[in-house]
Each structure stands twice: as C-alpha cells, then as structure tokens.
Design a protein around this ligand. Structure first.
Ligand code: ADP
Length: 593
C-alpha cells in the first residue's frame, strides 16, 4: 500500500484540500474578527467621546484652561483612552496625553487630521494612522460638538493600534491552533479512509498482476460487504474461471500435440502471411527441417518448394482442398514422394491453410517394382517361347526330315521348355513366399543333414565341371526350427549358383557353425566373383550381373531372390562378400530358436 501511487494521490489531494480550506478559513475569519474588534473599539471610542461631551459640555470653553486639562486627565484615567479637544479651527484646546497647558500649546494645528475633517463635515469621523504627536499607530474617533445648534468644537478619542493588534493576534493564534488541530484530525481520517479504500485495491492490483503473469493460484481475502468486497468476490470467481479455462486450453493443446506428434502424416499450418504457425515431428522428418527452426518463418524458407507454396495459394484463393504429389529432396540422397493435401482452415480466418503430407515413396517404389517385374516376367517368358516357336517352325518347314538338325532342334526345344518350367516354378515359389501363403512345415531340422544331402545332389554337376565340392567344419548336431524343404531350397540355390559361376577346376566349400544363438552357413566358391557395385542388387528379382552368361547357364535370375525371402521368412539374414575373379562367399544366418 505504501508504494501505491493512487493512495498517495488520494491522501495528498485530501490533505492539500484540507490545508487550503483551513488557511482560507483562518485568514477570512481572522480578517472578519479584526474588523469586528476594530468596530467594537470604534464603538467604545464613540461612547467615550459621547461621555466626554456630556461631562464637559456645560463647561466647554474653547480656551485653554488648566481646569479643562485637569478634567481631561481625570477622564482619561476613567475611560482609558486618549482624549483631545480641538476647536473648529483645528487648534488643540486640551489633550489628555499632555501634562500641562503649555505643552498643549506647543501642539500643531489639527484641522487637516482626516478624522477631525470628517467629523467637522459629517458629525463624526475615524482614522487609523501614525500619530504625529505620539509617534505610534493609533485608532482615532472624532465627533462634532454643537452648542445651541452651533458647532462648538471637536472631541477626539484614540487608542493605540498596538492594543487592537494584540487582541487580533491572540484570536488569530487561537484560530491557527484550532486549524492545525482540525487538519491533523482530517489528515488522520483521510489516511484511515484512503488506507481502507486502497488496501483491497492494492490487493486486487497485485492479484491482477499475478494473473497477467500466468499465476492463477492467488485468491483475494477481502472481508467487506461494500462494492469493493463484491468486486473482490467477482475477481476470485473470474480468476477461478480463468484458471479452469487455462487448464482446459493446456489440456487440449497437449492433446493436439500428442495427436499431431503421434501422426504418421506430416502436418504444417501456415497463417495468412504464409508463416508457419504449427508443424509436427512427422513433417519435420519428412521435409528435413528441425522443430526449433520453423516458428514464424515463411513457408518457403522452411521448405524450399515452390509447388508447395503454389498449393497453399491455390487452396486459399479457391477455398477448397487442393491435392498434388510432389517429389522432395530433403538431403542429397533423400528423395521422397509426398502426397500433399492443402486445405483452408475452416475457422474464423479463411486465410490460414493446413498442409497434410503422406509419404508415398514406398508405395510408388512398389508400384514401379511391380511394373518392372511384370515387364521382366514377360520378357523372360517371351525369350524361351520365341525360341521354341522358331525351332518348331523350322522343323515343320522341313528340318524334321534332316536327322542331324532335327535332334539338335528337338534338344533345344526341350532345353527351352525346361527353362520355362524352371522359370515358372521359381515364380510360383517366389510369389508364394512373398504373399505369405507359403505354408511352412516348421519342425526341428538337423542342418548338417540338409547340407550333406545337397552336396550329394550336386556332386554329379560338380564332377562334370571338375569342381571340388566339399563341406568343411560341419557341426553335426546343429538343429534349428525351420521348414526342411525351404532350408533345402536355400542350400540348393546357393550351392547350384556356386557351381554355375565357378569355372572348371575350381572349388566350392560349404561350412556350418554356430555363432551365438544363430547358425551360420557359408557357401564359398573360387569362381568369377561379383563386382562391388552389384553386391547389393544380386538379391533383387531378375537381377543378373551378366545376363547372357546367366541364361546360357540356365539361370532364371530368381534364385537369390528366393534365398533372401526364405531366409527372412525364417527370421534370418543373407549376405555376400566377393572379389571379382577370386570367388564369392554367401552367408546365411538363421536363429536357432
Ligand atoms: P541366376 O539364375 O541368374 O543365377 P540368381 O538370382 O541365382 O540368378 O543370381 C543372380 C545373379 O547373381 C546371377 O545372375 C549372377 O550374376 C550372380 N551370382 C549369383 N551367385 C553367384 C556366385 N556364386 N558367383 C558369382 N556370381 C553369382
């Protein structure tokens, strides 16, 4: 309260007013009092003059006599005023303040004294002035004395002003003391009243400041029945409501943040000036900006895409949803395809626009892979079919009668038909594995048995090419939970490839070991190897390092894709290390459990 400017203003104004009124009042009253005192003294002087007149009228002689002087001296003692008798020409006859007639004689002519001149003309006159005779300020009163209706002379009574002033100043002193006392009382009362009014106002101000700074906990305790009490109560209610609203707002903000944060779709909202007002984590991840960066920045600065900017403008001008697919490069390699919906926000401000981003990169990649696959399959099927058709046409055109060519053509037709069958078989396996419809017969499988069987199966082909096919470091008791047929297909495909891509005189070795909780099967060959640039792609469908060689060797381009998908179906991984011309090692790792 002491620091309250309003309190000091209120208290100061009342104090100033009270002091002003007191000063004015005391000044006016003391002036009025002064006039009253002067008037009373004039009456007294008048009465004294009248008394003097009655006392001396009979013996009034306008000559200076000792007896007259003595009589005046006596009257002076009785009336306690100075008495002067003056004749009509202004000559002083007697004066109570002179001891003897001789002294009176020395007094100057008084005809020009203002009180005497007035009395001569109007019957009576007064004056306040410095006495030439006595040398001090005096109050004079003079009356004209008539004898037998003829002006006989003038009687003047006088009192020193010092006496008048003494009375006036003692009254003024009393007035000032009373004024100061009243002022002190008024100041106390004003202080009390101001404090009484200001206390709740100061508390209200403090509470309002607290609310403005976001603290809603303070409640006002004002125990009054007046308007300030009502105001404080209303303030408490209002602060309670505000606090509840703030909490609701915070909760709904948190909900909104949680929803936006949990969304897979990116969301960005821009205001009427295209500045970003909201963005979620998915948007920052998709478009490659940091969350702390976007606040209040123009959209084009946050996401450098003119197409996006155009979408925002179109949504705003058409006031309808706009859709587009944009290709976005957030980093040097990070290319994404985004399906963007741009909608004007349906609130009070139609100028705000919300952008929703769906990442369709994977979808588009799968679509293009599907297209590529269909084209590849068509092409792969077309080649052997065209060959079969050409050989058949040649045979029916007459070559059937040529025993040498006939057998060769029939052998080619058989070869191409086998190739077609292999291809279709691989396609069927792959589609089953991929679609998840492959019903695996999961059982405990001894991996060593499968490897041994596979080696036995491929031994003939290896011998034909003079390749040493063997197994090393085989742990015989390695058992895993898997589909036997699937595991056999993985091993066969890898061993088959190793033999296919290893020139005569080479070596193919299969090894089996346990590593932590997985089994590792390595199929190592000393073949042609794979260039580093192809290593990541050899597991793709129809991907071949050397198409012609693969076809020549009867490959379908699907063997490794099948290996990859089967391994993944058993919860494992497949990898390859290779050096061109020195050989490759394919490693399959499958968890034991
Ligand atoms: P393919 O039927 O053509 O062999 P795969 O899917 O089995 O198809 O293999 C894909 C490609 O990977 C092959 O065309 C070949 O170029 C390469 N490849 C696979 N295994 C080996 C290997 N052991 N040595 C060298 N290249 C290999």
């Amino acid at each position: 309260m002491w620091s309250s400017r309003l309190f000091w203003k209120l208290f100061g104004s009342y104090g100033f007013l009270s002091v002003g009124i007191t000063v004015l009042f005391v000044t006016l009253v003391s002036q009025w009092q002064q006039e009253q005192i002067v008037n009373q003294i004039k009456i007294r002087l008048h009465d004294a003059a009248v008394l003097v007149e009655s006392e001396i009228l009979d013996g009034l002689v306008l000559e200076r006599t000792e007896s007259l002087q003595t009589q005046l001296l006596r009257l002076r003692q009785k009336l306690d005023t100075r008495i002067t008798l003056v004749n009509f020409d202004g000559i002083v006859i007697a004066d109570s303040d002179r001891v003897s007639v001789s002294e009176v004689r020395q007094m100057e002519n008084h005809s020009e004294r203002p009180e005497l001149r007035a009395a001569r003309l109007q019957g009576q006159g007064t004056a306040q002035r410095q006495s030439t005779t006595l040398g001090k300020p005096m109050l004079y009163f003079a009356i004209r004395v008539d004898k037998n209706q003829e002006p006989a002379g003038l009687i003047r009574t006088a009192l020193p002003m010092a006496m008048v002033n003494k009375q006036i100043s003692s009254i003024t002193r009393v007035l000032w003391v009373a004024g100061i006392l009243v002022n002190l009382a008024v100041a106390g009362l004003t202080f009390f009243l101001s404090a009484h009014v200001m206390e709740p106002i100061a508390a209200l101000t403090k509470a309002a400041q607290a609310i403005a700074s976001g603290n809603y906990t303070s409640t006002l305790r004002v125990n009054r029945q007046d308007e300030l009490g009502t105001l404080a109560n209303s303030f408490n209610v209002m602060s309670g409501q505000l606090s509840a609203r703030e909490q609701q707002l915070q909760e709904s903000n948190q909900r909104l943040e949680a929803v936006l944060g949990g969304m897979a779709e990116g969301v960005i909202a821009v205001d009427e000036t295209d500045r970003v007002i909201l963005a979620n984590a998915a948007a920052s991840e998709l478009l490659g900006f940091t969350m702390a960066q976007f606040e209040s920045l123009p959209l084009l600065e946050v996401v450098r895409s003119h197409l996006l900017q155009q979408l925002v403008t179109e949504a705003r001008t058409t006031e309808s949803l706009q859709r587009a697919e944009i290709e976005f490069h957030s980093g040097s390699e990070n290319r994404r395809v985004l399906d963007v919906h741009s909608t004007p926000l349906p609130d009070a401000s139609p100028q705000r626009v919300i952008l929703v981003f769906h990442d369709v990169t994977e979808l588009r990649r799968l679509e293009s892979m599907r297209r590529e696959f269909v084209a590849n399959v068509s092409h792969e099927l077309k080649t052997p079919l065209s060959s079969i058709r050409a050989y058949a046409e040649t045979l029916s055109a007459g070559a059937i009668n040529d025993p040498e060519n006939r057998d060769a053509f029939l052998h080619r037709i058989e070869e191409q038909a086998d190739r077609l069958q292999d291809l279709i078989q691989d396609l069927i396996s792959l589609s089953r594995i991929e679609s998840g419809r492959q019903a695996y017969d999961i059982a405990t499988v001894n991996v060593a048995d499968i490897v041994t069987a596979c080696i036995a199966e491929h031994q003939g082909a290896a011998n034909l090419k003079r390749i040493r096919l063997s197994c090393s470091r085989i742990q015989h008791d390695l058992r895993i939970q898997a589909d036997e047929e699937g595991l056999a297909q993985i091993t066969n495909n890898l061993v088959g490839n190793a033999i296919k891509y290893t020139p005569a005189g080479g070596e193919v070795t299969v090894s089996l070991r346990q590593q932590d909780s997985t089994i590792c099967m390595d199929v190592r060959d000393t073949g042609i190897g794979i260039g580093e640039e192809h290593l990541t792609r050899v597991f793709e469908r129809f991907y071949r390092v050397d198409k012609a060689r693969s076809r020549e060797l009867g490959g379908t381009g699907l063997g490794l894709a099948i290996v990859k998908h089967l391994t993944q179906a058993f919860g494992g991984t497949v990898s390859v290390t290779s050096q061109p011309t020195r050989g490759s090692t394919f490693t399959v790792q499958i968890p034991i459990a």
